[in-house]
Write a protein that binds this ligand. Structure first.
Ligand SMILES: [Zn+2]
Length: 132
């Protein structure tokens, strides 16, 4: 049984991973270290910030707002930001987008642009969230 974690790690080395903090895809570099954190987070910044732990309530807020609408309706990330931080919502937009990406990884929502689901998490430009 002791071989299984090693095997699992070897499999991860060749895989593209998704950052648990910002939800962006990244390629795991086996040379950097054998640390588990390297696999979980895309950068030192994300490892330090650990948004997934600190900001999980944002995921709830996104889902709550989506569930208060009709199922096929989309919401703009700024709607969530304005709701939570009416005075300085712009400062929180990236937090909301990161929470949105994490929800995509959890298969709770999809991210759309111009009504179409974006096939990569590396989107550019305005996005909307939609319940899956
Ligand atoms: Zn990240």
């Amino acid at each position: 049984m002791s071989n299984i974690p090693k095997l699992f790690n070897a499999l991860l080395l060749d895989m593209e991973s998704f950052c648990q903090s910002c939800g962006r895809p990244f390629t795991y570099d086996p040379k950097r270290s054998g640390s588990e954190n390297v696999v979980k987070y895309c950068s030192k910044k994300c490892r330090r910030e650990k948004r997934d732990k600190k900001e999980s309530f944002l995921e709830e807020e996104i889902l709550n707002l989506l569930m208060s609408r009709d199922h096929d309706k989309t919401i703009c990330p700024s709607e969530v930001a304005r709701l939570l931080y009416p005075d300085d919502f712009k400062n929180y937009m990236e937090d909301i987008r990161c929470a949105g990406r994490r929800l995509v990884l959890k298969e709770k929502i999809t991210i759309t642009q111009k009504g179409r689901e974006v096939d990569t998490l590396n989107f550019k430009g305005p996005i909307r969230f939609k319940l899956k």
